[in-house]
Design a protein around this ligand. Structure first.
Ligand SMILES: [Zn+2]
Length: 418
């Protein structure tokens, strides 16, 4: 069911801000009062008027109409709402979200919750500090059998599950005690995402759902930068949640982190989606090539921090195959179109922005129709299914090495100078 018009209430809802102190917003006539997305006020100084289609905050003075609200709350830096076409593009994206573009909606609910830091006064701790605290935390946690079994089923070995430090989330009864121990061991909790001061003034760890922790690595320095929880039961269709304490006293947001696992052939990069998925791919390819996992196809802001480390590379785009899915409804088609757009954005970052040689990887794909056969979605699934990893690796490395050989890579430029 589509809609050909939208209101400020729709836009506030799309952006995930339609709440007051964690509850439903308060409505009085045409005015609805909720938390201010701009200054973080939670006392209802911010309201929107569904009849006039406007919003206003009595604390920070933010005001405007529904389209302006959508633009001003945009944290997806791949979207550009500036210039003459800015409003037009925003309106297009609002309709896409309202008419069932689940990608955009899921992206905004999840990523905005992460990226909006209402506690600007708490700075995120340095990578080395987070690493020390997180490693000490992991030592206090166990891995439940059901979680271990799930990881084995996904293709990891028992040895690697242990060495990559997969652990189950602690129960809410354990978290305050764990924090006390961490402090006594000299660990810093301030500025480390997940930790916050609870209503008793104690340090505590916020666990938004039960599951197992998937570490995000900065493999260059050997740091654990943060975690996603792989949830036992999806929350609002999301299978993964960040460990974050954004919006809580002394809490801090995780940011949308990119998983970076360097391989022996460091200049051959496979860029894929998903923290856990990228870890599994890296392991199945025996650590021979570098694997980079962005947290979502539309969350590429932290990718650049990794790519900046390379002056040249051979990159493979390995997003899930559902971007080539055969759509049977307009809604499905829109989803496919959005995935394809996100893939093209990635190709453009790798090729145009960084000047890397880039090649898309496809599997379970019909070259005649240029469509996905619909059986194997992720590269990790493909590698589990396709047993000849050596052959696959050989293809990846041979093709990549052709371009990462310095002489061949710079050959044409060097010959011009002669
Ligand atoms: Zn405000």
């Amino acid at each position: 069911m589509g809609s050909d018009r939208f209101t400020i209430a729709d836009v506030v809802e799309i952006r995930g801000y339609n709440s007051l102190r964690g509850h439903s917003p308060k409505t009085n006539g045409n005015e609805t009062y909720c938390d201010c997305p701009f200054c973080g006020d939670t006392r209802g100084k911010f309201s929107y008027n569904n009849k006039k289609n406007t919003y206003h905050c009595w604390k920070c003075g933010a005001s405007g109409n529904s389209v302006k609200f959508f633009i001003e709350t945009n944290y997806d830096y791949s979207k550009d709402y500036s210039g003459i076409d800015g409003s037009k593009n925003a309106i297009k994206d609002i309709f896409a979200a309202i008419n069932g573009d689940s990608i955009l909606q899921d992206f905004h609910r999840k990523e905005i919750a992460i990226l909006k830091t209402k506690d600007d006064d708490v700075a995120i701790a340095a990578d080395s500090v987070r690493d020390k605290t997180y490693r000490a935390l992991l030592k206090k946690l166990r891995l439940k059998k059901e979680h271990n079994d799930n990881l084995l089923k996904r293709g990891l070995s028992q040895e690697i599950i242990y060495s990559l430090k997969f652990r189950s989330t602690p129960s809410y009864k354990e978290t305050a005690g764990i924090c006390k121990q961490l402090i006594s061991e000299g660990c810093t909790l301030e500025g480390v995402p997940g930790f916050y001061k609870d209503k008793y003034g104690r340090w505590n760890l916020y666990i938004a759902g039960e599951g197992y922790l998937c570490p995000v690595f900065d493999g260059e320095h050997g740091y654990i930068l943060g975690f996603q929880i792989r949830l036992d039961n999806p929350i609002e269709k999301s299978k993964y949640l960040w460990i974050s304490s954004a919006g809580k006293p002394s809490g801090v947001s995780s940011g949308a982190l990119t998983n970076y696992l360097p391989g022996k052939n460091d200049n051959i990069l496979i860029v894929t989606e998903g923290i856990l998925k990228s870890t599994i791919i890296w392991y199945l390819l025996k650590g021979e090539v570098t694997v980079i996992g962005v947290p979502g196809v539309n969350a590429k802001s932290s990718l650049r921090g990794v790519l900046d480390r390379y002056s040249y590379a051979y990159a493979y785009e390995a997003f899930d195959m559902d971007k080539y899915a055969v759509a049977t409804t307009p809604k499905e088609q829109e989803k496919v179109d959005n995935l394809m757009k996100a893939t093209k954005d990635l190709m453009s970052i790798l090729e145009d922005e960084y000047g890397f040689k880039t090649h898309p990887l496809r599997w379970d794909f019909d070259p005649k129709t240029e469509k996905w056969n619909g059986n194997i979605k992720g590269l990790d699934d493909f590698l589990v299914e396709y047993k000849d990893t050596e052959k696959f690796l050989n293809y990846i490395i041979t093709k990549g090495k052709k371009y990462t050989d310095m002489m061949k890579f710079f050959g044409s430029d060097l010959s011009k100078k002669e």
